[in-house]
Design a protein around this ligand. Structure first.
Ligand code: NAD
Length: 265
């Protein structure tokens, strides 16, 4: 790298971004491609993925793969396609939709099982598939999009709070195992971010509290020192930094992108 090389470029790197059809995952795929990475966009809805691919620079260089992360056989097929068409990936972004809202004891065991499959076991399967290629390349970045709930559990997100903590424990353990191979493992913790997920959570809270979405929004904004929700692109920027070559000595961390909402130092 010369002194004139712009920082945080992803040229020459390939990235698998899960949950790339909307929200934070979509913004991440777009930013990574703009930073020079070849991107595999993965989610269930191929049409939405293809629409996103068309927004990327040099769309023909990127690949869309449809898979349901809740199904291990679907992940196997996706891995096979990716390895055939792109080779291994240098950057793996683990991301999927958050579990449904609700108090812990209202949740059925099946909801925990589904969340465990989609978030933890999918991640395990993808790491097993792509870490050997990262080791061979002497470079790897694994980034999990989870939640600030790993710092302070969020009311009425019983299943999510439980599963996110498991993912955080998994990631810290893996970061120690992979650090000698120049592979970093980190978590990004979004605060309130303007996506379909946030709209669904606002609506669920308004229904639960018999009030309006506007009232809930106002109350939530009061908890955020920045007094606004994040744009998905602002969360993606944290991922692009952690994915970069320059972030090679940052591993095992959970980076809040929350406008200051978490109160601890
Ligand atoms: P989102 O619901 O808008 O997008 C989730 C993406 O994951 C979509 O592309 C969706 O199609 C994909 N996906 C969901 N289930 C899948 C499955 N089984 N297989 C494959 N793909 C699947 O979510 P978002 O707002 O972009 O958030 C991303 C992550 O960050 C989520 O886990 C969310 O819970 C978490 N988070 C979001 C916020 C927020 O305010 N938006 C705050 C904290 C944490």
């Amino acid at each position: 790298m010369t002194s004139s090389t712009p920082l945080f470029q992803l040229n020459g790197l390939s990235a698998l971004v899960c949950g790339a059809s909307q929200g934070i995952g979509r913004a991440t795929a777009q930013l990574f491609a703009h930073q020079g990475a070849r991107v595999v966009l993965l989610a269930r809805d191929l049409e939405k993925l293809e629409a996103t691919r068309k927004t990327l620079p040099s769309p023909e260089e990127h690949l869309c793969v449809s898979a349901d992360l809740a199904k291990s056989s679907a992940i196997d097929s996706a891995v096979e396609t990716i390895l055939q068409q792109m080779g291994s990936v240098h950057i793996l972004v683990n991301n999927a939709g958050g579990p449904a809202a609700g108090p812990l004891l209202d949740a059925q065991p099946a909801a925990f099982e589904a969340a465990l499959n989609t978030h933890l076991l999918a991640q395990l399967q993808l790491c097993k598939a792509f870490v050997p290629g990262m080791k061979a390349a002497g470079f790897g970045r694994i980034i999990n999009i989870i939640s600030t709930s790993v710092r302070t559990p969020i009311a009425n997100l019983g299943v999510s709070n439980t599963i996110r903590a498991a993912v955080a424990g998994f990631a810290k353990t893996l970061s120690n195992e992979l650090a000698p191979h120049a592979i970093t493992v980190n978590n990004v913790l979004p605060g309130y971010t303007q996506t379909d997920r946030l709209s669904a959570l606002l609506q669920a809270a308004a229904t639960r509290e018999s009030t309006s979405v506007d009232m809930v929004r106002e109350n939530w904004l009061k908890q955020v020192p920045a007094r606004r929700f994040a744009k998905p692109e602002e969360v993606a920027a944290a991922l692009a930094f952690l994915a970069s070559r320059e972030a090679g000595y940052i591993t095992g961390v959970s980076l809040q992108v929350d406008g200051g909402r978490i109160g601890s130092i």
